[in-house]
Design a protein around this ligand. Structure first.
Ligand SMILES: [Zn+2]
Length: 272
């Protein structure tokens, strides 16, 4: 069982605008602040069609997490975990995958390190759909072993973000797809020099509504992309990252205000 070696709550709360990215903090600067929450980012290193960089999912999730951390007090942003569960894309270069079991263990051990350091509120921002089963296993294990720890997760920025924007912002189906309109817009906003729109092509593989298929991407797509990236713009990417960060910041602020109780009757403050 972890022993609490550091009482974050005894130090002054970190104000928005000060350094909150763990990899940039030295011990002196870290100890001048107080962090009572940590944000864990899970990404992926995988093929994103011909036009998007391999780190697209990591860049997007990290940007959402960074913007969220800027908007709240006391949130420590951890360096992103760059590898995810990407076995469905292994046939395409240059994908690197962990098994779900490994990623679940990595998330668990990162979270447990935070607990040992005295942080007991955790937000995970995920960048890649293949990671979700691992995140679920890790969260359940954390809750089982540390019942007083509060952990929440944003599992799918590429779905949640577009749904927070006015209908019609994206051309079709909320811009969905692997390297589709939403992802491509976000990459155009975050890493424009690494997006090759001349190579962006859409494919719309069909799937049954009520049956889950665990298909590899080559069974579904020639390019390795799905959806239609061609209407993507950097502005849509900015709107998406901002909307999701605003949403997560509202969540954290309200949780801070009300003692991180998950049994509230009304969550409508998130719908603003
Ligand atoms: Zn992606």
């Amino acid at each position: 069982m972890a022993r609490i070696t550091r009482r974050a709550a005894l130090r002054k709360p970190a104000k928005s605008g000060t350094e909150f990215r763990l990899e940039y903090l030295n011990r002196h600067r870290f100890e001048r602040q107080s962090f009572d929450k940590a944000i864990i980012v899970t990404g992926a290193t995988e093929n994103h069609g011909f036009h998007l960089p391999m780190g697209t999912d990591t860049f997007a999730a990290y940007a959402v997490a960074e913007e969220t951390a800027k908007r709240v007090d006391g949130a420590l942003l951890l360096p992103p975990i760059p590898f995810g569960v990407s076995d469905q894309l292994m046939p395409f270069p240059f994908t690197i995958t962990l098994t779900a079991e490994t990623l679940a263990q990595v998330i668990f051990e990162v979270a447990e390190s935070c607990l040992v350091q005295g942080i007991r509120k955790l937000l995970l921002v995920n960048g890649h759909g293949g990671n979700n089963s691992a995140i679920d296993v890790a969260m359940r294990k954390i809750r089982r072993l540390y019942p007083d720890v509060k952990m929440a997760a944003s599992l799918a920025w590429w779905i949640s973000g577009p749904k927070l924007l006015p209908e019609g912002t994206f051309a079709k189906d909320y811009g969905i797809g692997h390297a589709g309109e939403a992802e491509t817009s976000t990459a155009l906003y975050l890493v424009p020099d690494y997006v090759d729109m001349d190579a962006a092509k859409g494919e719309w593989p069909a799937s049954p509504k009520e049956v889950r298929l665990l298909a590899t991407i080559p069974e579904l797509s020639v390019s390795g992309a799905t959806g239609d990236p061609t209407p993507a713009t950097a502005e849509k990417g900015r709107l998406l990252v901002t909307a999701l960060a605003d949403y997560l910041a509202r969540f954290i602020k309200e949780m801070d205000r009300t003692g991180w109780k998950f049994n509230r009757e009304n969550w409508s403050f998130l719908d603003r």
